[in-house]
Write a protein that binds this ligand. Structure first.
Ligand SMILES: [Zn+2]
Ligand SMILES: [Zn+2]
Length: 154
């Protein structure tokens, strides 16, 4: 008999599909905001709507070889998690008590936003080098879970 994916695999596979839309030159990230096993919103990283992407304009982080996890402010892109929160706001959907499935552990900027968006759980596949992010999420009491073999945030 065909094997059905469990819920974690289901949402994480969708996040993996979402991230293919990313235009970031460095790291493609997909996020899915879920509540009661329903998708509220999705997001991938890239430039604001209708603006040229880093792939067209070039990205200063790429040009300056900025290490992963640093100096996000010099890139024109929004992060996947930010776009998922913004999409929820745009459509008037509450993110309170939701679970965020993301291909990559959130950076500290996103972590702070996820705290105030009322997200209660984060499931991440790949790690991300950002110590503050782990601290913020732990202090806020957000449940963090690993998906797959890699430990998030390590
Ligand atoms: Zn960029
Ligand atoms: Zn981020």
């Amino acid at each position: 008999m065909r094997q059905r994916p469990d819920w974690d695999s289901y949402f994480m596979e969708i996040a993996g599909t979402v991230k293919k839309r990313s235009t970031c030159l460095r790291r493609q990230v997909g996020a899915v905001m879920v509540s009661e096993r329903r998708i509220l919103a999705t997001g991938y990283n890239g430039a604001p709507q209708d603006l040229p992407h880093c792939s067209e304009t070039g990205c200063l982080r790429e040009e300056l070889n900025v290490p992963s996890g640093e100096r996000h402010e010099i890139c024109r892109g929004l992060h996947a998690e930010q776009n998922a929160i913004i999409q929820s706001a745009l459509h008037g959907v509450t993110t309170r008590g939701s679970t965020l499935y993301t291909t990559d552990f959130p950076c500290s900027l996103c972590a702070k936003m996820l705290v105030n968006a009322g997200v209660s759980e984060i499931v991440a596949e790949r790690s991300y080098p950002d110590e503050l992010s782990k601290e913020v999420l732990a202090e806020a009491g957000i449940k963090v879970r690993r998906y797959g073999n890699e430990t998030p945030g390590c």
